[in-house]
Design a protein around this ligand. Structure first.
Ligand SMILES: NC(=O)c1ccc[n+]([C@@H]2O[C@H](COP(=O)([O-])OP(=O)(O)OC[C@H]3O[C@@H](n4cnc5c(N)ncnc54)[C@H](O)[C@@H]3O)[C@@H](O)[C@H]2O)c1
Length: 375
């Protein structure tokens, strides 16, 4: 039984980690949680029956001696708290982004390796059904090679999404959400882009952080990808849509519940059609002209479901050895692309990515970490 202690009992713990760990009942047990906020301690303790709650992370770790510390606090605390948990000999499962810069990430990787402990980032999107199923088709006779990928988000900020630590971040959209999308780009292509060009405006001179990310990526063999994240849209929210164009078909994935009735006319065949699409947490659809087949669906909470799969891989590595997918060394490459995007946006230049992808102990030719669904 893996014993987990959670630092930070806010939204990520409540909506993602605690539901994910409850899916792994029998394999893991949450032994304690800590948060300086009394309301968070009381509500999460009551809802999830946490055996113990603490105000202070050190006191929690010293008294409960967990195997894994899950870090669900605001990003500026991740480096300090991951270092501390590794120092106590715990494995660390840290929320994204792992740290504020690549030097801090390298420092954490060195500490984890010296302590012989695992350091894994909760970059759970590749473990969603819709993304794992799409990945399985890449290279198959139905889809062929992946040639181009486009990802987009239209998001309507609300008072709740803008509250607290998020409004303090000057590099926000890329670090908060772009990091998931760039992780998916690396996952689907199975390699890292060699060049990046980004435009990341703030929307107004008074705004503190980026609200639009337009990112263009180039691979060594001429393939490409584009990403548009838009937090100015007043239209319907589209949490994440991706289009993967292959040699023989296209796959469209979408996260976010919707009920859609489509009525239209197939122009070539000149026959009408009607389709009712029901998606709770998301769908992946294989398309060829007017023909489409749903290849995967998500449940109501794809974030918790995917985190459970991701964390189960980490448990397997704790028990049987090996480096799980999404380990810090792999995640560093994704984070490197986020920082390359910000530097490109600031300089107005397209940048080679190699110096952002490699840290101490890495080589330029390191393949991205293997993920579920990858051959
Ligand atoms: N992987 C995902 O899909 C996903 C989704 C949402 C958030 N996140 C990440 O999770 C992290 C937390 O985000 P959130 O939305 O839960 O934020 P939040 O503000 O809702 O929760 C953070 C909690 O940390 C607590 N905290 C602050 N300082 C602390 C300290 N020193 N020790 C212990 N607890 C402390 C706060 O009181 C709060 O309860 C962020 O890094 C965010 O990027 C990841």
């Amino acid at each position: 039984m893996i014993r987990i202690a959670i630092i930070g009992l806010g939204a990520a713990a409540r909506n993602i980690h605690l539901p994910a760990y409850s899916k792994l009942r029998g394999k893991v047990r949450v032994v304690a949680g800590c948060d300086p906020d009394e309301g968070a301690r009381a509500s999460q303790s009551a809802k999830w029956g946490l055996p113990e709650v603490y105000e202070d992370p050190r006191a929690m770790i010293e008294s409960t001696k967990p195997d894994v510390v899950s870090i669900c606090t605001p990003p500026h605390l991740h480096h300090e708290q991951s270092s501390m948990a590794l120092g106590y000999g715990c494995h660390v499962f840290c929320e994204k982004p792992l740290a504020d810069d690549l030097q801090e990430v390298d420092d954490l990787i060195a500490k984890a390796e010296a302590a012989d402990r695992l350091l894994v980032v909760n970059s759970e999107f590749p473990f969603m059904n819709i993304h794992a199923s799409a990945k399985k088709l890449i290279g198959s006779p139905r889809f062929g090679r992946l040639l181009f990928l486009h990802a987009s988000q239209t998001f309507r900020p609300t008072e709740a999404t803008e509250a607290g630590w998020r409004q303090e971040m000057s590099r926000r959209l890329g670090l908060e959400f772009g990091v998931h999308v760039l992780d998916l780009v690396r996952f689907f292509f199975g390699e890292d882009p060699v060049r990046i060009f980004a435009h990341m405006p703030r929307g107004s001179t008074k705004a503190r952080s980026d609200v639009i990310n337009v990112i263009s990526l180039e691979f060594s063999d001429g393939r490409g990808a584009s990403i548009v994240l838009d937090r100015l849209s007043k239209g319907p929210e589209r949490y994440l849509k991706m289009r993967l164009d292959g040699e023989f078909a296209t796959i469209e994935t979408s996260i976010g519940g919707e009920v859609r009735l489509e009525v239209g006319l197939h122009t070539r065949a000149r026959r009408p059609y009607m389709r009712l699409g029901l998606a709770k947490g998301g769908t992946a659809v294989l398309q060829n002209g007017d023909r489409s087949t749903t290849i995967a669906r998500e449940g109501i909470n794809p974030f918790a479901d995917a985190t459970a799969v991701h964390f189960a891989n980490m448990i397997e590595a704790i028990q049987n050895g090996g480096e799980p997918p999404g380990n810090a060394r792999d995640n560093r490459r994704t984070l490197g692309l986020v920082f390359a995007a910000y530097d490109s946006a600031q300089s107005g230049e397209a940048l080679d990515t190699d110096s952002y992808l490699t840290g101490a102990g890495d080589s330029v030719t390191n393949p991205p970490g293997r993920r579920q669904g990858e051959a």
